[in-house]
Design a binder for this molecule. Structure first.
Ligand SMILES: *Cc1c(COP(=O)(O)O)cnc(C)c1O
Length: 391
């Protein structure tokens, strides 16, 4: 049995999305900028896709800009707000310590360019406090960027409340909703956001495509210069199959959300119940305010990499946290930000479930994880030390 439990890293493309993409490769392969019929047909597909994405997040089609993915959307949102700020003599940006690296590394770059960055604490429940955002805002603040849901621990942030504060203080507010879109309701009006990023491959759409929502009146800066595509804000011939595939996947995810969320939450709860009593383990992040499919745990005395390799041997594909930091031996910045001690953060495991998983697969994980954990602990000098200190 092969169990894919790494849906926060990427998802399997849905049949619907894949089928919707096919004509764009075969018959309707036109360039939307061409004036002939096949080009104009592509243009129709493009605008239909834009309309679908807009509808799914309660935006206007003219507020949707297609990008190469969540990372590009994040980069463009932050760069745009920074440029708007600079023109008004504002150079202060507020974010949190547990953002995705697409945000954190863009902030590092902006810091080198003279921006002042405040990274807020997240607390042990993995949730940012709106009052901390309010306290951090100064008359120099040009942007607040806080993710809708965290990619490692799944906790959902009080975006609406933070948005209210930003609106009151007249500060631009961006949210990275890459983990959230297609999984929990997204409504840019209700959430009081000015910019929002999504990515196709996190909700059973294709990879290499995303979108940036930018409220009417927010002037975007280009990351990619060239032709006049995307109302001059993102050059390059549109990735038509991917754009169409993403729009269909998002529409489907939103239509089925109630059912999917109930099913996936059920599986996740079963998984949590099945694993929570492993000795010297902990569940990271708030248990209620979190995405349906995500469970992040730490096991003392062992390394996340070891757990992953042994789970893989047993047909379970999971992650130690973020796919972006795997390969490095540093513990997750997310777990450190919520106060997990370094030595414990090393033993992390993220299981992320989707509607493609079954009860049997969850049973297999519940049976396998405790075995792997105790096997690795038997060989671990760190575990031996922990046990000695117990006595
Ligand atoms: C996956 C992810 C991204 C990056 O999106 P890509 O489309 O892979 O570039 C950004 N932010 C979060 C929270 C993510 O989970």
């Amino acid at each position: 049995m092969i169990v894919y439990a790494d849906n926060a890293a990427t998802t399997k493309i849905s049949e619907k999305s894949l089928r919707a993409m096919m004509p764009l490769f075969t018959e309707d392969y036109g360039n939307p900028s061409s004036l002939h019929s096949i080009g104009q047909r592509a243009k129709e597909y493009l605008e239909e896709a834009r309309g679908k994405v807009a509808k799914c997040i309660n935006a206007e089609p003219s507020e949707i800009y297609f990008t190469s993915g969540g990372s590009e959307a994040d980069n463009q949102a932050l760069r745009s707000a920074a440029n708007i700020g600079k023109k008004r003599g504002k150079n202060h940006i507020i974010s949190s310590k547990f953002e995705h690296h697409a945000v954190l590394h863009t902030l590092n770059a902006l810091e080198k360019e003279g921006f002042e960055i405040t990274l807020l604490d997240v607390y042990s429940n993995g949730i940012v406090k709106p009052e901390d955002v309010e306290k951090a805002i100064t008359d120099k603040t040009c942007l607040v960027t806080i993710m809708t849901a965290n990619n490692e621990i799944g906790t959902i942030q009080p975006i609406k409340e933070i948005g209210e504060i930003c609106r009151k203080k007249k500060v631009l507010f961006h949210t990275d909703a890459v983990q959230a879109a297609g999984h929990i309701p997204i409504d840019v009006q209700d959430m009081n956001v000015d910019m929002l990023s999504i990515s196709g491959h996190k909700f059973h759409g294709p990879k290499g495509v995303g979108a940036l929502y930018a409220r009417k009146g927010v002037i975007l800066s280009n990351i990619i210069e060239g032709g006049a595509q995307e109302r001059r804000k993102r050059a390059g011939t549109e990735n038509m199959p991917a754009i169409v595939g993403m729009s269909v996947a998002l529409e489907d995810a939103v239509n089925e959300m109630y059912k999917t969320s109930k099913y996936v939450t059920g599986l996740r709860n079963k998984l949590t119940e099945g694993l929570k009593d492993i000795p010297k383990s902990r569940i990271n992040g708030d248990l209620e305010r979190r995405l349906p499919g995500t469970l992040n745990m730490c096991f003392e005395g062992i390394e996340g990499e070891g757990i992953l390799l042994w789970l893989d041997q047993n047909g379970i594909e999971a992650s130690s946290g973020s796919a972006c930091t795997s390969g490095s031996l540093d513990p997750s910045h997310v777990l450190l930000s919520i106060g997990v001690p370094v030595e414990i953060a090393h033993g992390s495991l993220r299981l992320s479930i989707s509607e493609y998983n079954t009860e049997e697969e969850i049973d297999h994980i519940i049976k396998t994880v405790p075995k792997v954990v105790s096997y690795l602990r038997k060989m671990s000098p760190v575990w031996e030390k922990i046990m000695k200190e117990e006595k």
